[in-house]
Design a protein around this ligand. Structure first.
Ligand SMILES: Cc1cc2nc3c(=O)[nH]c(=O)nc-3n(C[C@H](O)[C@H](O)[C@H](O)COP(=O)(O)O)c2cc1C
Length: 267
C-alpha cells in the first residue's frame, strides 16, 4: 500500500481542493493507494524572515521552529508520494503555498526526499498555470523527489460540459501517470544535468565552506563528498568521467572563494 499526501495551498476549500480530491479518488481506484489531504491554511506556517540561520547553523535554530513546519516535513517523510497543489495567483503559486516553500527552503541546500514520487496540480482561471506547474515540479526536484510531470487544470465558472470533460480526462491521465511513477525504481540513474548539479554543488560546498556550516557537515556526514551521487547508483563509465569533469571544473572556479553556498535541484 502506497501512502500519498497532498498539500493544498489554497486559502479556501474550493477548486484546488476539488481537483485534488478527484485526482486522489482516481489514484485510489487504480489500486494500492491510501491518501491524505493537508490544507496548508489549516496549519500554522510562519512567514520566513530571511535570517538564513537554517542554511548556516541548521533548521532547528529557526526562530519559528515551533510552528507546524516540522510536522509537515514529517508528513512528507512518511509518504511514498507527495502532491503540491496550488491555485494560480498573479501568475504564481498562492501566498499560502509560497510561505510553506520558503519555510522548507533549507531542504534545497540539503535535499532528502529521495525515492519518493512527487507531482503538482495547479488550478488556473484564465492563464499562467502551466508555468506554475513547471515551477512546482522544479521545486519537487530540488527537494530530492522523483518528479512526475504535473498538470494545470482550467476552471472558470460557469463551466461548460466540454470544459468539464477536458478537466476529467486531464486528471485521469495525470492520476495514471502518477500511479505508474509510484511503482518505478525508487533511485533512478541521474541524467547528465542532475549529475552536473550534484557534482558542482558538492565541490563548491567542499571548497567554499567548512565544518562551521550545516551544509558542509550534512554533505560530509552523508558521504556526498566522495559518492557518485546523493544515493547509491551504478553510473556507466561515461557518466563517471563526466562527474569527475564537473568536480574539476567547479574546483577551478571555486578556488579563492569562500562562504558561498549553492543549491542542488535533483530528479
Ligand atoms: C488574488 C488572485 C489572483 C489570481 N490570479 C490568477 C492568475 O494569475 N491567473 C489565472 O488564471 N487565475 C488567477 N486567479 C484565479 C484562480 O486561480 C482560480 O479562481 C482558482 O480556481 C482558485 O482556486 P481555489 O478555488 O482553490 O481558490 C486568481 C485568483 C485570485 C483570488
Amino acid at each position: 500500500m502506497k501512502r500519498v499526501t497532498a498539500f493544498v495551498g489554497s486559502p479556501r476549500k474550493k477548486h484546488t481542493n476539488d481537483a485534488v480530491r478527484q485526482f486522489l479518488g482516481n489514484l485510489q481506484s487504480l489500486g494500492d493507494v491510501e491518501s491524505e489531504i493537508v490544507h496548508l491554511s489549516d496549519h500554522r506556517v510562519e512567514r520566513c524572515k530571511g535570517c538564513c540561520v537554517c542554511f548556516i547553523k541548521g533548521e532547528e535554530f529557526c526562530p519559528f521552529k515551533d510552528d507546524d513546519r516540522d510536522l509537515l516535513i514529517e508528513k512528507m517523510m512518511t509518504s511514498d508520494g507527495v502532491v503540491f497543489a496550488s491555485p494560480t495567483y498573479s501568475f504564481q503559486v498562492s501566498a499560502v503555498m509560497k510561505t510553506f516553500l520558503d519555510r522548507v527552503g533549507f531542504v534545497f541546500h540539503r535535499p532528502r526526499f529521495f525515492g519518493k514520487t512527487f507531482t503538482s496540480i495547479v488550478v488556473e482561471g484564465i492563464y499562467g498555470g502551466k508555468k506554475v506547474v513547471k515551477y512546482l515540479d522544479f521545486v519537487g526536484s530540488g527537494l530530492g523527489f522523483n518528479v512526475v510531470e504535473g498538470s494545470c487544470v482550467h476552471i472558470l465558472e460557469p463551466m461548460t460540459e466540454k470544459d468539464r470533460r477536458k478537466l476529467d480526462s486531464n486528471l485521469a491521465a495525470h492520476s495514471k501517470r502518477f500511479h505508474d511513477g509510484l511503482s518505478q525504481p525508487p533511485l533512478p540513474i541521474p541524467t547528465f544535468l542532475y549529475l552536473m548539479l550534484f557534482n558542482k554543488a558538492r565541490t563548491s560546498i567542499r571548497h567554499m565552506l567548512d565544518d562551521t556550516y550545516r551544509d558542509y557537515v550534512y554533505y560530509r556526514d552523508k558521504g556526498w563528498f566522495e559518492s557518485d551521487y546523493f544515493y547509491p547508483v551504478r553510473l556507466n563509465p561515461l557518466k563517471r568521467a563526466a562527474g569527475r569533469l564537473f568536480d574539476y571544473s567547479m574546483s577551478k572556479s571555486a578556488s579563492g572563494k569562500s562562504g558561498t553556498v549553492t543549491t542542488t535541484p535533483h530528479s
